[in-house]
Design a protein around this ligand. Structure first.
Ligand SMILES: Cc1cc2nc3c(=O)[nH]c(=O)nc-3n(C[C@H](O)[C@H](O)[C@H](O)COP(=O)(O)OP(=O)(O)OC[C@H]3O[C@@H](n4cnc5c(N)ncnc54)[C@H](O)[C@@H]3O)c2cc1C
Length: 391
């Protein structure tokens, strides 16, 4: 068994590491200062400028097919990249990306939504969750009723990432409602903001993802707004939700890696009672536990990505990786903050920011409990063998 990265993965990791060191780490202090004064994220212009710089490094559209100018990198390589990006609190993502389900669009929709999104000229959002339906997404109540050649959408979506900035939304609405749940039809629609939906930002604990509530008050769209097939949108929604799990896990690994690095460095220089705090077993154990859990998380994240690359059903491994890594990063950030004492609690360091930010990773794209539901169901119904392909 070979756990080493291949030469190409090595080169890519080193290049991204250099990009993080030269372009992102120097922006951390300013990013945190802005955050302290109520700002969030990177200003859109700055993000675009950085994305274009990254394009010069050769990084554009990591998962985007080559026919759209992307790199079509394997999931394992993307996980390695995601881990590197996780080592800074500056919320950067490479340009040239689009929601995976937009690739299911027809050729007109690709020209109108997919290509401009890849180019960064349009911003979309994925609108599934509602005030009455989150984990149980099949219970959404937003409706789209047929009116001549049009559809008329009514309802409310909530916690939608980028919802306040997006100029279009991928909206899921009930288009057929029978008494039996399996007869329900949900359809995905591509809806421009100019069609009439409105939004309102939701203040949250961390400043990641900037969720918003979206309001659809009889928003009229033409039949050409349907993404995929009528009544078949729920499968698309699940494809979107499942695709990000190993990436979230890999990002958590990067965050934990940086926090542990900070903890080790600080433990080696901070002195109390005439010696460094790192000479105390209480501190050493926090470091040892963090290193062990971080390493376990790294392999779960890579294993989930590897399953995706092999064309295997990556759902089970993705659920394990997300469940474990999102909990792990919370524990590692907490220990790193503890090791920094009062300094850790200040808003000068990224630790306090991460402490708030990472909490959401246990909630979105399937809560801890939903991941456990997936894992236990797979085993109880015999879909997955204990230990998967290695057992
Ligand atoms: C910052 C942020 C960004 C988001 N971005 C998006 C987005 O872009 N698009 C989008 O559509 N949604 C988005 N969401 C919504 C997110 O996916 C939901 O919040 C999540 O799925 C949980 O749904 P809920 O909040 O309604 O909680 P609920 O489903 O009401 O769950 C409440 C609690 O009960 C638990 N629970 C529920 N059912 C069970 C069960 N059967 N057994 C045991 N426990 C259970 C849950 O795990 C949770 O702990 C975002 C959320 C946040 C916070």
């Amino acid at each position: 068994m070979d756990f080493a990265l291949d030469d190409e993965q090595h080169d890519i990791r080193d290049t991204v590491r250099k990009f993080v060191a030269s372009e992102l780490l120097p922006r951390e202090t300013e990013f945190l200062r802005r955050e302290r004064h109520g700002g969030s994220g990177l200003p859109r212009d700055e993000l675009r400028e950085l994305q274009h710089k990254a394009r010069e490094f050769g990084f554009w559209g990591l998962s985007t097919p080559e026919e759209y100018g992307g790199m079509a990198l394997p999931a394992v390589t993307r996980a390695v990249i995601q881990t590197e990006l996780g080592t800074t609190c500056v919320p950067f993502r490479f340009g040239g990306a689009a929601d995976n389900i937009l690739f299911h669009a027809n050729s007109e929709q690709r020209a109108e939504y997919l290509v401009p999104t890849i180019e960064g000229d349009r911003l979309g959002c994925f609108a599934l969750t509602e005030p009455g339906a989150g984990s149980d997404a099949g219970a959404i109540a937003t409706t789209a009723r047929r009116d001549g050649d049009d559809w008329v959408i009514s309802g409310q979506k909530t916690f939608i990432t980028n919802g306040n900035d997006a100029d279009y939304a991928i909206v899921f609405a009930v288009t057929r409602d029978d008494d039996q749940a399996e007869q329900r039809g949900i359809t995905a629609f591509l809806v421009d903001r100019s069609a009439g939906w409105t939004s309102s930002p939701i203040p949250t604990m961390g400043s990641w993802h900037e969720p918003a509530t979206l309001f659809f008050d009889d928003v009229r769209v033409p039949a050409t707004a349907v993404l995929g097939e009528v009544h078949r949108g729920f499968a698309l929604a699940m494809r979107w939700v499942g695709s990000g799990r190993h990436a979230i896990a890999a990002q958590c690994v990067g965050i934990a890696q940086r926090c542990l690095r900070m903890a080790v460095d600080y433990a080696g220089v901070r002195k109390t009672f005439g010696r460094t705090i790192g000479s105390n077993q209480a501190i050493q154990w926090m470091i040892a536990d963090s290193e062990t859990e971080l390493e376990a998380g790294r392999w779960l994240a890579l294993r989930a990505a590897w399953d995706a690359d092999r064309g295997a059903d990556a759902r089970h491994a993705g659920a394990m990786a997300k469940l474990y890594c999102t909990g792990m990063v919370g524990r590692v950030v907490d220990r790193a903050l503890q090791i920094h004492g009062g300094m850790g609690y200040t808003r000068e360091l990224p630790l306090e920011w991460w402490y708030r930010a990472v909490r959401v990773t246990r909630i979105f794209e399937g809560t801890d409990e939903v991941q456990r539901m997936i894992l236990s169901r797979d085993l109880l119904r015999g879909h997955t063998r204990i230990g998967g392909h290695l057992a």
